[in-house]
Design a protein around this ligand. Structure first.
Ligand code: ZN
Ligand code: ZN
Length: 257
């Protein structure tokens, strides 16, 4: 019994260490990249320093909740043999990765809409929206119960997708890194997320924090387009912000020469 408990604690601790490291390193890199394109900041408002500290503190707790769910899911798969076994080979891994992206985006979109309803919003999701001008550190600043809605995917992912553990970890890291960039306050997208590309830009989630009742998805703009929840100015603003970043990069290059 002690051995079983110990292996579960070790798994959760390892996932927590990976997530905290990814959080800290990505935030520092994004802030450095932001400074190089300072003129292209999306919102004019500055984020109060105590709000950033609040988000940093809460993120460490929130990442522990995510690590507990992800780690438990992995532990059930690896120690008890629960969940779907993956198809072998590179093609199987690529398909599982794409399948997991689509499934998680669907999970996130619908649960995110649910926690924006008046019955749930005040107790579940309001905390995350108290930061109207998000910064990279805001990505994981959520209440515990918010994570139970949006991040519990990682607890059950092995029962939904026949994916190898490394494939799910790669997806979680993709989600972590793109989430941090998405809260960073500067558009970093290029051709890959310029509308009509289905991939979200920074503008997509920045608008969610500014306008509140739009842009609920996390990886793709597809659900928002299908359900009519994409902000009417989304495509035009994303293109403007992408162009502003390109111009700021050009200006930096000229200044450096
Ligand atoms: Zn929200
Ligand atoms: Zn957010």
């Amino acid at each position: 019994m002690t051995g079983v408990l110990l292996s579960w604690i070790e798994t959760v601790a390892a996932v927590y260490a990976i997530l905290v490291a990814a959080y800290a390193v990505t935030c520092l890199i994004v802030m450095r990249l932001n400074r190089q394109i300072a003129a292209a900041k999306i919102q004019a408002r500055q984020t109060p320093r105590q709000q950033i500290r609040r988000d940093q503190r809460q993120s460490l707790l929130s990442l522990l909740a995510i690590a507990t769910m992800f780690g438990t899911g992995h532990w059930l798969y690896a120690e008890l043999g629960w969940g779907w076994r993956p198809a072998g080979g590179l093609a199987g891994s690529v398909l599982a990765f794409i399948g997991s992206l689509i499934l998680f985006d669907t999970w996130f979109y619908w649960f995110h809409r649910l926690i924006h309803t008046p019955a749930l919003y005040p107790r579940v999701h309001r905390w995350h929206h108290l930061t109207v001008t998000p910064v990279a550190w805001s990505n994981n600043s959520d209440r515990l119960v918010d994570n139970l809605f949006l991040q519990s995917y990682w607890l059950v992912a092995h029962f939904l997708v026949p994916a190898a553990p490394l494939v799910l970890l790669a997806h979680k890291l993709y989600d972590q890194v793109t989430g941090i960039i998405g809260h960073g306050g500067w558009e970093h997208g290029g051709a890959w997320c310029r509308p009509p590309s289905p991939l979200v830009s920074v503008t997509h989630h920045d608008q969610h924090h500014r306008y509140f009742r739009c842009n609920y998805a996390t990886h793709f703009t597809v659900w928002d387009r299908l359900m009519g929840t994409l902000h009417p100015e989304h495509d035009a603003e994303a293109k403007r912000n992408i162009a502003a970043t390109a111009k700021a990069r050009q200006g930096e290059r000229v200044a450096a020469e």
